[in-house]
Design a protein around this ligand. Structure first.
Ligand code: HEM
Ligand code: HEM
Length: 178
């Protein structure tokens, strides 16, 4: 496992592009029409499904890259902070993999077909009308808001370290050279 002071270039690119796409996905979720029984997966709803499944694939790629290439040594901090940072990162990975899968299973149950990035037909995760997939729409929504709170914690911690403690933490994920 490589041990350097900053995250490597692919890890940084994946971090910030996924950040931008998740931001866009929330804006689409808040703008798209309410999803009811007679809603069709067109327009912004189709964008939500296509972008969401694309984010899922980027998260899986990122997880693979993290395991394959390693991460820098933890930033020096008291043990409890290091522990919370680690837990937050694990939950962000698990959450942003589970969230699109929950949405995907819910739309399969509705009898809709999800397309990866809006382009490639994905298999159904649940049979049309499957009772277990129905509540997953609400679970998906709840998990999304839980993750939003976790992102707020993550950003507050990063900003606090960088600007208030002045320890340059952001450079670990931002540096543009080497
Ligand atoms: C990172 C990816 C995703 C994020 C951040 C996200 C976020 C959200 C949010 C915030 C809502 C609630 C909107 C509201 O408050 O009205 C929502 C609803 C929904 N999303 Fe996603 N979503 C993602 C991926 C997906 C995927 C991949 C699918 C399906 C393939 C999907 C299907 C749905 C459906 C069907 C609803 C409506 C649920 C219901 O009201 O029963 N989402 N999403
Ligand atoms: C959708 C929003 C975000 C998600 C899902 C997210 C996720 C993550 C994850 C999983 C890590 C662990 C490293 C890895 O394996 O990639 C990480 C690290 C980091 N993130 Fe984010 N992040 C988000 C937004 C932000 C924002 C807005 C900032 C800055 C204001 C930020 C700053 C950092 C920094 C500085 C690190 C390195 C922390 C360390 O080395 O201990 N992140 N992020």
């Amino acid at each position: 496992m490589s041990r350097t002071a900053v995250y490597n270039v692919p890890a940084r690119w994946l971090h910030w592009s996924i950040f931008a796409l998740i931001g866009l996905e929330f804006v689409i979720a808040w703008t798209m029409p309410d999803i009811r029984r007679d809603t069709r997966p067109i327009g912004l709803v189709a964008w939500h499904l296509g972008l969401g499944t694309f984010i899922l694939s980027l998260m899986l790629l990122r997880l693979f890259w993290r395991v394959a290439s390693g991460v820098p040594d933890p930033h020096p901090a008291p043990a409890w902070q290091e522990w919370i940072a680690r837990l937050t990162h694990v939950l962000l990975y698990a959450g942003f993999i589970a969230l699109p899968v929950l949405g995907w299973a819910n739309v399969s149950g509705r009898g809709w077909t999800a397309h990866w990035a809006g382009l490639i037909t994905l298999p159904a995760l649940a049979a049309q009308g499957a009772a277990w997939a129905r509540p997953l729409g609400d679970v998906h929504q709840l998990v999304a808001y839980g993750l939003l709170a976790l992102i707020a914690l993550h950003v507050l911690a990063a900003v606090h370290h960088h600007f208030i403690m002045g320890d340059g933490l952001l450079a670990r994920m931002w540096r543009s050279s080497h």
